[in-house]
Design a protein around this ligand. Sequence first.
Ligand code: C2E
Ligand code: MG
Ligand code: MG
Ligand code: MG
Length: 282
Amino acid sequence: CAKSEGRGTYRYFEAALAVQIRDRRTLEHDLRQAIGRGEFVLLYQPQMEVDTGLVVGFEALLRWNHPGRGSVPPDRFIPIAEETGAILAIGEWVLRETCREAARWERPLRVAVNVSAVQLHSPAFAQLVQDVLAESGIDPVRLELEITETALIRDPARALATLGKVKALGVRIAMDDFGTGYASLSNLRAFPFDKIKIDRSFIHAVDINRETAAIMRAVLGLGRGLGLPVLAEGVETGAELAFLGAEACQEAQGFLLGRPAPIEEFREHTRLPADGARARAA
Ligand code: C2E
Ligand code: MG
Ligand code: MG
Ligand code: MG
């Protein structure tokens, strides 16, 4: 009896695994066609200067509108795209699309783009950035590439060489999700970062949690010592923002300041004030 039960359990897991594998194969297949079918969209989330309250840039965040599944979050499909190599075409589309969009803004705000480890280790990446900048005509300093620490470790020498080439174009580099990867401190010294984006797990309840506050202050001190501005991700409450102001954190991003949304919803920031508004102000 025990034996047949074990067999049944085994069959059950085998079947569940088969379903998972099939599901994943379908996603892989659909992912390859998604660009051509126009299923990707970019949402933009504002980045704010803490002491002035001004929007100084936007981070582009990718969404996949799957015909059958609805909106698939990046955490679900980016890892698959990285394993299959589809991320190279997807990442190229994201870069091209964001630079083209930023070129339309009347205000020369910054645009931040997430770059995957696979892109960073592709020999063609620096040339791609150069081409996209030339096509769009945006000032290279407006483009910020967000790179996680984990993306550096596959082949640090190669990552460093690519970042060097990209920086030579005038593009800025931000360390994304700081504090969640490996060997954070030596990475800050070894790679040419222009900004630290501290992971949102260190902001959550920073106003009431002593340990969280201590870590946040330490990262801000590190940023000051290294001459790197710090952006706090995932700011959700006024109390968290007030803490950042009191501790002289340079920039903030999070649901409190704006959820990722189509860029049209932020036209007041990307455009100069309309003539009417200026006349009223005068
Ligand atoms: P990330 O680059 O660290 O992006 C920040 C994530 O935090 C976004 O999730 C954003 O929607 C979310 N977020 C922002 N403010 C808040 C907040 O106040 N509270 C909470 N709980 N969450 C907040 P999203 O859009 O789901 O993206 C997840 C990750 O997927 C990104 O993390 C990034 O690593 C990756 N990703 C997104 N777009 C791209 C892309 O175009 N290319 C690549 N390679 N990766 C991307
Ligand atoms: Mg990011
Ligand atoms: Mg992040
Ligand atoms: Mg992240």
